[in-house]
Design a protein around this ligand. Sequence first.
Ligand SMILES: Cc1cc2nc3c(=O)[nH]c(=O)nc-3n(C[C@H](O)[C@H](O)[C@H](O)COP(=O)(O)OP(=O)(O)OC[C@H]3O[C@@H](n4cnc5c(N)ncnc54)[C@H](O)[C@@H]3O)c2cc1C
Length: 446
Amino acid sequence: MFVFDDAVLEHAAPPRVRYLLDSLAELREWYRERGSDLLLARGDPVDVIPDLAVAYDADRVVWNADYSGLANERDAAVRRALDEADVARQSFHDAIFHEPGSITTNEGEPYSVFTYFWKKWRTREKPGPLPAPDAEALAAVSENSPPDVAGTSLPTIDELGFAEPEAGVQPAGTEAARERLADFCADGIFRYEEDRDYPTRGAVSHLSADLKFGTIGIREVYAATEEARERADGEEEIESIEEFQSQLAWREFYAHVLFYNPDVVDENFREYEHDIEWRNDPDELRAWKEGETGYPIVDAGMRQLKTEAYMHNRVRMIVASFLTKDLLTDWREGYDHFRAHLADHDTANDSGGWQWAASTGTDAQPYFRIFNPMTQGERYDPDAAYIGEHVPELRGVDPDLIHGWHELSPTQRARTAPDYPEPIVDHGERREAALAMFEAARGDDD
Ligand SMILES: Cc1cc2nc3c(=O)[nH]c(=O)nc-3n(C[C@H](O)[C@H](O)[C@H](O)COP(=O)(O)OP(=O)(O)OC[C@H]3O[C@@H](n4cnc5c(N)ncnc54)[C@H](O)[C@@H]3O)c2cc1C
């Protein structure tokens, strides 16, 4: 069964609601083809789940744990309600391999440095995928179902209070996820280490939304990477596979961080001596959101986010650094914007990524290491193919002029790409201002 919970929908956004509805439609079909069905209800799970369990005379209620503050509180309330209704229950830890508390320092504390976490994570045994449930058992559930307790028709996106997304979201559901996994394991995984930072090289998996929604399981993904290892040709390809596995471990690391620190979604993880005095200029924030900063790689990323509800990881790092270190804007503004637009928004990974870039998180980028958006663009998109794809005003412009946009005179810019904006800030000046802002927060000048 699936419960549409208003407390969760409050934090949702059109691309994710579309992804969710399409995934549920596929899952319901899967059950129906096997003579069963997927129950759908809307309401507070604390009321809905025990009511249904009693109406169906369920042997027990089982579910998979999630790790945000909201999920923890909800699960605890559902557990209490099921106990009161005298219904047996069991929850599993299967969204990640190793549950919070299972990988700790020798003193039993959660890790705040990824490398140590990874060293333990990689050596732990990883259970393989389980077989699909038996068709006979599924049909028996259907035969015992009392009618009218919950519906089986899906609400429309409109009924859930959302508009259709403006972005073209990638196809949702397990079948599409399995295709993405197979494509990636046929090619990208073997050159992941070398190519993953280049947005046009097609060396990343695009599995983030699938992992977030659970339309593919971590066991299945990991088993496919191990199967790719059998086919690897030499040490470099094996290292590449392990590099990918380490990204799966980052996902678990951030899930642990969130579990122990539910406030990381809106509080700095790392404490500075004083508050960070963000500048928070609304016009600059607006230009960043619209992809009109006059920094081509930043604008390309922000426009990819709008049109695809996705952004390549390297570019996420660049735009997040630009917002916090060039525009001196609080990372929470960026987190909110990503949450409103990403199909793969995940509380743990999104807050982890933002706090990393803002130098406020666990194992974060040191405050003095500030990305230069021009050299990042030149390095990771040398022929400006990614920029050209997302910023039509710069399509066909010589890549040297694109990467040197900040150095051109206003006349040269007007001649080269009249519709593309001037840089809204001077990177060199803002870099100094960012250093001063962090040093003041650290109390270096006290
Ligand atoms: C500012 C910022 C915000 C981010 N927000 C999100 C988010 O909301 N949801 C999200 O899933 N990822 C987020 N990431 C991490 C990363 O950018 C995406 O997971 C990745 O780009 C998704 O594309 P992919 O599936 O092709 O990645 P791949 O490179 O193919 O990685 C495979 C999987 O590993 C996990 N992964 C990869 N990188 C990271 C990482 N740095 N941290 C945690 N898990 C990772 C994801 O589940 C991903 O699907 C964010 C990163 C930054 C810098």
